[in-house]
Design a protein. Structure first.
Lengths: 385, 398
């Protein structure tokens, strides 16, 4: 095997592939490697941890075909540090040599036949703008659970209904719902997938920027791995094609959509940035599991938090309230999570009672219609009394 | 009363036959009679009056043996709630004298009284004051040891039993200690004693007159040095004020020793439910909630496992405590292991009034909280068996 590739192209491709390499390969040392192979359409780099696979195909001057497995961590470190000149890579016996300018590296290879086959990319179901999708995933993943005891809740549920793509996540305390348009391959496509939230957010972020994204789906039983459903993402840019697949979470995601209340008696609107700042300040004194209390009157909301006798803080902000006055307490970080996912200048908060959930939505201007494409539903944190 | 207690600022106060004394304090006809507190088929003696002890009955002795030794003794089932109440009251009495009270168990504590001497004149006075107050308020007797160190004070109170006070003056410590058998030293159990006997060391004086290096070679560098120092009446133990394990501020728990070893998980789980119900009710009564649920499982061979899990929110509800306890038990992955005892305990307690709860999406507005309060009211009115989980109905405990 022998090829020449631009340093930046190589470094970027290696760094991206290395993300899916397990940090502790345990009994499978071959998984700590990146597989390099030459094909008719160029050079491919592969990484895999049995959950998530990453494969990038890039243009290279190929002098001699072949494939090789080398330490991914080492390759990523080297590629990042190389001077900005073309890199010559050649297999020399059991060693891989990298030459770039006057730097030379020689790396021990691992037996390439031990490397597992990557799952096949499922059939492409449709496409979407990478930036739009990454932003939507970031918003939806806000409410995803982190408790491994409840694996179903650590996922983001993707629901496809024709051109409508919905992303849902909940940890039982809050719920986020993002709805976007996409381009399905078939206009009547109906499908769903439960994707690990952390992997989805990482993947879309790293694939995103300026590219078109193809989403591919395989239901359980037909994917590359026996019995499990698979989702794949594919993006093409000037530097080549990136494909990644990840295993879906098994189990039934709860039917949470109906939890959004249809009507609310009370609604408040506030400027997001000043509310976020005030919440951050006041919650400094909130003890573990103590609420930040929001008391709404016609023109003002007062934020209060305290930690027993030890400390107390309060701050007031302008707000517009429709309906009766209400006082409601939230976990400060859950409140901040929701507010940070609001994209508009103002937030619309719909409430009914102090022990019932509050629904947050974005508004692009004061008194505008709330934008229901992203909604965040948050249960209060109550004093037990 | 003439003993010189200068510098002797540590008191060890130990109730005399605590469980037995409390059990008979309202029954004057049993004064002076042999009475044993304990229970169950396989129960052990928790405590015995001095009349029963004369027949050879000792604490921790199997009940069957105790009955053989003293057939005419009256056996009374323990009432732990009452013991706990009396214990808390006694600890409060101690704290009225000095804040530095270190409870060792329900019925004994160390007191550091250096700071109270101005008020009480002497350590001996304090000891007599406490003895009089406890006899007056609780109608039980106790014994007090007064010395310069905890170890000597503890030995002194044993010497004072029953119903007495012994001072070991500073310059008589060695004369007091050296004739004692090595087993009397605090921390010298059967194993250590056997090692010492092998070296020909039978009395504390023998240890004192053996080189430290030899002691260290025999017992290890730390224990060897400590035992040697104790033989000369010095120990490093300082009194730390804390709450006793059985006082409600610390934790609330209950356990059950099965009358026969159990290997059926369903029975163990049912017992965990019963204990959770009991613990939750006690917590609500004490107006506390807790975040950490601990289970204890003791096997037929007395090996004991403890497992705990901390919840996100403090709770005093049976279903939450039970679900956590049952989850911990299942996680042990036992395959028909023979279990002797299980216990459920809730720690990390806080005042109910300050506890918060993150509500769940879609949860009912009136949930377990209200149900359990209704149960409490029914139980308060109609007695303990009025309302309980259906799983616990019509089942005689094994």
């Amino acid at each position: 095997m022998k090829f020449r590739v631009e340093r930046d192209v190589l470094a970027e491709a290696v760094a991206w592939t290395a993300r899916s390499i397990p940090t502790r390969p345990g009994t499978l040392p071959q998984l700590s490697g990146i597989k390099m192979a030459t094909r008719s359409d160029g050079l491919t780099l592969s990484g895999f941890d049995y959950e998530t696979s990453a494969q990038v195909t890039l243009l290279a001057d190929i002098a001699d075909d072949g494939e090789v497995l080398v330490s991914g961590r080492l390759l990523a470190d080297i590629a990042r540090a190389l001077p900005n000149q073309p890199v010559d890579v050649a297999l020399d016996g059991a060693k891989l040599s990298l030459t770039c300018g006057s730097s030379r590296f020689s790396l021990q290879t691992m037996p390439v036949e031990d490397y597992p086959a990557l799952p096949d990319m499922p059939e492409v179901a449709g496409g979407i703008d990478g930036d739009v999708f990454a932003a939507a995933v970031a918003q939806a993943a806000t409410a995803a659970g982190r408790d491994d005891m409840l694996p179903v809740l650590t996922g983001v549920k993707l629901e496809i209904d024709g051109q409508r793509l919905s992303l849902l996540a909940t940890d039982r305390f809050r719920l986020s719902l993002r709805e976007i348009e996409w381009r399905p391959g078939q206009s009547d496509l109906s499908a769903s997938a439960l994707v690990p939230a952390r992997v989805l957010a990482d993947t879309t972020r790293s694939l995103g920027a300026g590219s078109q994204l193809n989403i591919a789906l395989a239901a359980g039983g037909s994917g590359g791995l026996a019995g499990d459903g698979l989702i794949g993402f594919e993006s093409t840019s000037g530097n080549g094609t990136r494909r990644t697949t990840t295993r879906l979470i098994e189990g039934a995601f709860p039917n949470v959509r109906q939890l959004f209340p249809n009507t609310s008696d009370i609604s408040a609107q506030l400027e997001v940035a000043s509310l976020v700042d005030a919440v951050k300040r006041v919650s400094l004194v909130a003890g573990r599991n103590t609420p930040i209390r929001l008391s709404f009157t016609d023109v003002m909301v007062t934020l209060e938090a305290g930690n027993g006798e030890e400390a107390f803080a309060s701050e007031s902000l302008e707000c517009t309230l429709v309906g009766e006055e209400i006082s409601i307490g939230f976990n400060p970080s859950y409140l901040l999570d929701g507010l940070s996912a609001i994209s508009g200048s103002h937030v619309h908060i719909a409430m009914t009672q102090p022990a019932r959930p509050a629904a947050f939505a974005s508004m692009n201007a004061p008194d505008a219609q709330p934008d229901l494409d992203f909604r965040y539903l948050l249960m209060p944190l109550r004093m037990q009394g | 009363m003439t003993a010189d207690d200068t510098g002797c600022t540590i008191l060890h106060v130990d109730m005399d036959a605590f469980y037995a004394s409390v059990a008979i304090r309202d029954r004057p006809e049993l004064q002076g009679q042999p009475v044993i507190v304990g229970g169950g088929n396989r129960g052990v003696v928790l405590s015995a009056t001095y009349a029963a002890r004369q027949s050879g009955v000792r604490s921790a002795m199997p009940m069957t043996r105790a009955r053989r030794l003293c057939p005419r003794a009256l056996v009374i089932a323990p009432d732990f709630e009452q013991f706990s109440t009396v214990s808390s009251a006694i600890m409060e009495t101690f704290r009225s004298v000095t804040p530095l009270v270190e409870p060792l168990s329900m019925d004994e504590a160390f007191l550091e009284v250096k700071g109270s001497l101005r008020r009480f004149d002497s350590s001996t006075r304090i000891g007599e004051h406490l003895r009089a107050r406890i006899a007056d308020e609780q109608r039980i007797t106790c014994s007090v040891g007064v010395a310069a160190t905890t170890q000597v004070a503890k030995l002194a109170s044993r010497r004072a039993k029953p119903d007495g006070l012994v001072v070991v003056p500073h310059d008589e410590v060695t004369a007091f200690l050296h004739p004692l058998a090595v087993e009397e030293l605090w921390g010298v159990g059967e194993k250590t004693a056997a090692q010492l006997h092998r070296l020909g060391l039978r009395t504390v004086g023998d240890i004192a007159h053996t080189q430290v290096s030899i002691m260290q070679r025999a017992l290890g560098p730390v224990v060897g040095a400590r035992v040697h120092a104790m033989a000369w009446g010095s120990d490093q133990h300082t009194i730390i004020a804390r709450r006793g394990a059985d006082e409600p501020e610390h934790s609330i728990g209950a356990d059950e020793t099965f009358s026969r070893d159990v290997d059926d998980a369903a029975i163990v789980l049912r017992e965990l439910l019963r204990l959770s119900t009991k613990v939750a009710a006690r917590m609500r009564k004490a107006c506390v909630k807790g975040r950490t649920v601990t289970i204890r499982v003791r096997f037929y061979d007395f090996t004991t496992f403890t497992r705990s899990r901390t919840l996100r929110d403090a709770t005093d509800l049976t279903p939450e405590i039970y679900a956590t306890a049952a989850g911990l038990f299942s996680a042990l992955g036992l395959q028909r292991a023979r279990i002797r005892m299980v216990g459920v305990r809730v720690e990390n307690l806080c005042d109910s009034a300050t506890a918060t709860r993150q509500l769940l999406l879609g949860e009912r507005q009136h949930g377990w909280e209200d149900a359990e309060r209704a149960v409490d009211r029914a139980v308060h009115r109609f007695g303990g068996a009025a309302v309980r989980p259906a799983t616990l109905l019509k089942t005689s405990r094994p």
